[in-house]
Design a protein around this ligand. Structure first.
Ligand code: PEP
Ligand code: MG
Length: 874
């Protein structure tokens, strides 16, 4: 099949083809060319060729270079230039471009086509010898780096030698003859390190460069980036070969990158930077600090105006915010790239809402366009204004990616990863970040750089992840070797804590207190739209009044899981809890439970009040009892003292409770079978709390959930106990109202899913506990899975962590079957999910598909679940 697609005035072959085939960059170059934007012509080699390259042991497929040859001939004709010509040579760039953008991850080669003769030709054609030799030395350097894997420093050394000879310090002060000599030096260095002369045949250069771009698809950093971003299933990268235009031809030339709207805030204002007299990657690399595009009219009013028109054309065409690269060669503007712009969650929401207002998109598109997980960023903490005002501001950098981060300093990506693995919050401090740093950037709480602009690598990557980043804080002097920074005459090291404000760019010393976010009007609007489309109800997993309230503020429509055991760890209750567990007989146990009852009742009252009018699913005690016991001799002694027994007693009872497989042991409903008095206490607390609330005009809607049921008999037996206790409590309280308390169960054991039709006879509702269901279906211990899971993921044995995203083909079958079987017994059985998966967009889509009634997730994920549920329904 066709391997090369041309774009230019003579023809544009790639328009409307698949992004998977041409990559994002290639497809958009074709698209921009077709809609009449000024794009330097060129051609794209498909991702299928990359796939074939790897499948044939890293060899270019037969016939590819013939197609490339033809495309080059067309290009030459169109531009009236010739590859390798000594009068007017054709020069091209060679760049990667996969279907999903991977900023800075892969290789680029510029000025390709220069050789000794063509450099003379370029000097003639541009009447600028200095420019021509500067381009040539850049090519030899880049080609050496990228294609031949040479160390950049050997070129730097040669450059230093020439600078010394001409007694200058800046690259730009080296005269033309110095650059001419530098090219000879570079060629010598190249030959010394590669054992071959620098290739003079432009087609040879091109062939090797294409191979190098394909090769860059599988470098460690590219693989790691795809891993972190969860990018899978791509064929490879495409290669874009495009005729060169120059931003470094003098003061009337320049190069820049821009977003058509502000990618941090979403504001509808062109947001970009440019550098005068600079080439290609200078802006992105963050080596020189660029100026804002807003200042461009002072330099060239016409180009600025044209750029603003292009913004409109592009946004009207794509109906999406674009991220563009452009170059101005001697006053003429060229578009080098456009793609959908990465943005923060805040910006995504604002842009979606604004574009609906501007009639660029409709409501449904707006709902579909905001990645549900990115809402996390809107829910991020910021610094408390009071703490902020009092903060010790060290300096101000660029507000590259919003948020608030506090942590100790880490000077390398490895150190950041290490510290974060140990559970420490760190700020990764770098002069500038490079793609090799992605893992450390991912691990850090925030990123701080001393050079680079708003579109530098650090800024782009951090924004994509919603990670706080301050870039270009030039006042900071970083000594990575000594692991110290100096700023304003003060020194900070690895043990010092700093705070970063990604929204203002400020760097502060010490830990500045953070606060919960306030949600903007656009957020509420988007949520309202989402609520119109979704059919799944969204509940929350909460076990305190504070969490319940937060979840309700985020839009939770009830509690899907209140884990009662969390309540027993607080304050003095743990003592009573331990006394209960350590009791030798029922009488002592009941005495201890009696003390726990008022605590439980109060907890429930608080939660019912917070969820006034909404259902609250309370789960009876679930974990193995030994989890509550002290494990060290020291703490056993303490507990013994509190309980007035011998330490040996505590230890003995602890041993008696020991289990080999506690998660498969004496827990869940099994506890209620052997110690029904625990169930009785909990049910009494629930009922009393509901009655007390009613007296205060609070509408409590408790639902009692029995965990870890595997057989219908278990549920039948325990349901009877719950019903009896409800009745007894009502009578004891002389209550004659009507408390409608549903009694249901969790489906978290495979057998429960398989026999759900029988279990449903005794259940008013089901809630899939997919944490345990995943554990028991895979046979992976929830608590120990990290001993092997990283290997499973890196070896592609598992695509994703099944505890994070529901394994739809395996565990999902049990969910679907359990739901269907349950409803075959009770047509209107209410079915939900309350495992961690309830907050994961992919899992939510599955729950929607199989017809669940609700998902329940942690409070902070409630908005994400609302949006994901809407997206699943659309
Ligand atoms: C579950 O197993 O999915 C569940 C929600 O219960 P827990 O995580 O408390 O075991
Ligand atoms: Mg469970």
């Amino acid at each position: 099949s066709k391997m090369v697609y041309y774009f230019g005035k003579s023809k544009t072959e790639g328009r409307g083809k698949a992004k998977a085939l041409l990559g994002g960059k290639g497809l958009n170059l074709a698209e921009m060319t077709s809609i009449g934007l000024p794009v330097p012509p060129g051609f794209t080699i498909t991702t299928e060729v990359c796939d074939a390259y790897y499948k044939s042991g890293e060899k270019l497929p037969a016939g590819m270079m013939d197609e490339v040859n033809n495309a080059v001939r067309t290009l030459e004709k169109e531009l009236g230039k010739k590859f390798g010509d000594d009068a007017n040579p054709l020069l091209v760039s060679v760049r990667s471009g996969a279907a999903v953008s991977m900023p800075g991850m892969m290789n680029t080669i510029l000025n390709l086509g220069l050789n000794d003769a063509a450099t003379e030709g370029l000097a003639k054609a541009t009447k600028n010898e200095r420019f021509a030799f500067d381009a040539y030395r850049r090519l030899i350097n880049m080609f050496g780096d990228v294609v031949m894997g040479m160390d950049h420093h050997v070129f730097e050394k040669a450059f230093d030698g020439v600078k010394k000879k001409y007694k200058v310090t800046e690259d730009t002060d080296v005269p033309a003859e110095g650059l001419r000599q530098l090219c000879d030096d570079y060629k010598a260095v190249y030959e010394k390190h590669t054992g071959e002369a620098f290739p003079q045949d432009p087609m040879k250069q091109l062939e090797l460069s294409i191979q190098a771009v394909f090769g860059s698809w599988n470098t460690a950093r590219a693989v790691r980036y795809r891993e972190i971003e969860g990018i899978r299933g791509l064929l490879g990268t495409a290669v874009n070969v495009q005729s060169m235009v120059y931003g470094n031809m003098g003061e009337d030339s320049g190069t820049g990158v821009a977003f058509t709207r502000n990618p941090n805030t979403g504001e509808n204002k062109f947001f970009g930077e440019f550098l005068i007299n600079a080439q290609g990657e200078d802006v992105v690399a963050g080596i020189r600090t660029p100026q804002p595009v807003a200042d461009m009219p002072k330099w060239n009013r016409a180009v600025h105006k044209e750029l603003m028109e292009i913004k409109k054309t592009l946004e009207n065409h794509y109906a999406e915010m674009q991220d563009i690269e452009f170059t101005i060669e001697r006053g003429t503007l060229y578009m080098l790239q456009t793609r959908t712009g990465k943005r923060t969650g805040v910006a995504a929401v604002k842009i979606a809402c604004d574009m609906v207002k501007e009639k660029l998109i409709d409501q449904k598109t707006a709902v579909l366009r905001v990645p549900a997980n990115d809402l996390t960023q809107l829910l991020l903490p910021s610094f408390k204004p009071t703490a902020r005002n009092a903060a010790d501001v060290l300096c101000r950098g660029l507000p590259a990616s919003p948020g608030a981060a506090v942590g100790k300093l880490a000077f390398t990506a490895e150190a950041a990863r290490e510290q974060s693995d140990m559970g420490n919050s760190v700020i990764l401090v770098r002069k500038e970040t490079s793609p090799e740093d992605v893992d450390g950037m991912n691990a850090a709480a925030g990123i701080l750089t001393s050079t680079g602009g708003m579109t530098s690598h650090a800024a782009v990557v951090a924004r994509g992840w919603g990670k706080c980043c301050v870039a270009g804080a030039g006042e900071i002097d970083i000594d990575a070797k000594a692991q110290k920074i100096k700023v304003g005459g003060r020194t900070f090291g690895v043990d010092d804590v700093i705070s970063l404000d990604g929204t203002t760019g400020e760097v502060m010393s010490g830990e500045v207190e953070t606060q919960e976010p306030k949600l903007s009007g656009d957020f509420a609007k988007l949520m309202k739209w989402a609520d119109e489309y979704r059919t799944l109800a969204i509940r929350t997993n909460a076990d305190s009044p504070a969490d319940s309230k937060r979840a309700r503020d985020f839009g939770a429509e009830g509690i899907g899981l209140c884990r009662t055991e969390h309540m027993f760890f607080e304050g003095e209750r743990i003592t009573d809890m331990r006394a209960m567990i350590l009791s030798e007989n029922e009488k002592d146990r009941r005495a201890a439970l009696k003390k726990l009852l008022p605590f439980q009742r109060k907890d429930f009252e608080g939660i019912f009040k917070a969820m006034n009018g909404l259902p609250v699913t309370v789960r009876l005690l679930d974990p193995p009892l030994h989890e509550f016991l002290p494990h060290t001799a020291e703490s056993q002694k303490e507990v013994a003292k509190q309980l007035g027994v011998k330490p040996s007693e505590v230890a003995k009872r602890g041993e008696a409770l020991h289990e080999s497989n506690p998660m498969l042991g004496h827990r869940g409903c099994r506890l209620s079978v052997t110690y029904p008095e625990i169930l009785e206490m909990q049910v009494r607390a629930i009922v009393e709390a509901a009655i007390n609330c009613e007296k205060k005009k609070i509408k409590a809607q408790p639902e009692i959930m029995i965990p870890l049921v595997g057989t219908a008999n278990e549920l039948e037996f325990l349901r009877a106990k719950v019903e009896a206790t409800i009745e007894e409590t009502k009578q004891a309280k002389k209550y004659d109202g009507k408390l409608d308390i549903l009694i249901g169960t969790m489906i978290e054991i495979p057998r429960a899913a398989l026999t759900a039709d029988e279990i449903a006879k005794f259940a008013d509702f089901f809630s899939f506990g997919t944490n345990d269901l995943t554990q028991m279906t895979f046979g992976y211990s929830r608590d120990d899975v990290n001993t092997f899971l990283p290997d499973y993921l890196s070896q592609d044995i598992l695509e994703v962590d099944p505890f994070q995203s529901l394994d739809t083909s395996g565990v999902g079958q049990l969910v679907e079957m359990g739901c269907q079987k349950g409803r075959s017994t009770k047509k209107d059985l209410k079915v939900g999910i309350c495992g961690e998966h309830g907050g994961d967009p992919a899992s939510i889509a599955f729950c929607h598909k199989v017809g669940l009634n609700y998902v329940s997730c942690s409070p902070f994920r409630v908005p994400i679940a609302r949006l994901a549920a809407a997206q699943a329904a659309l």
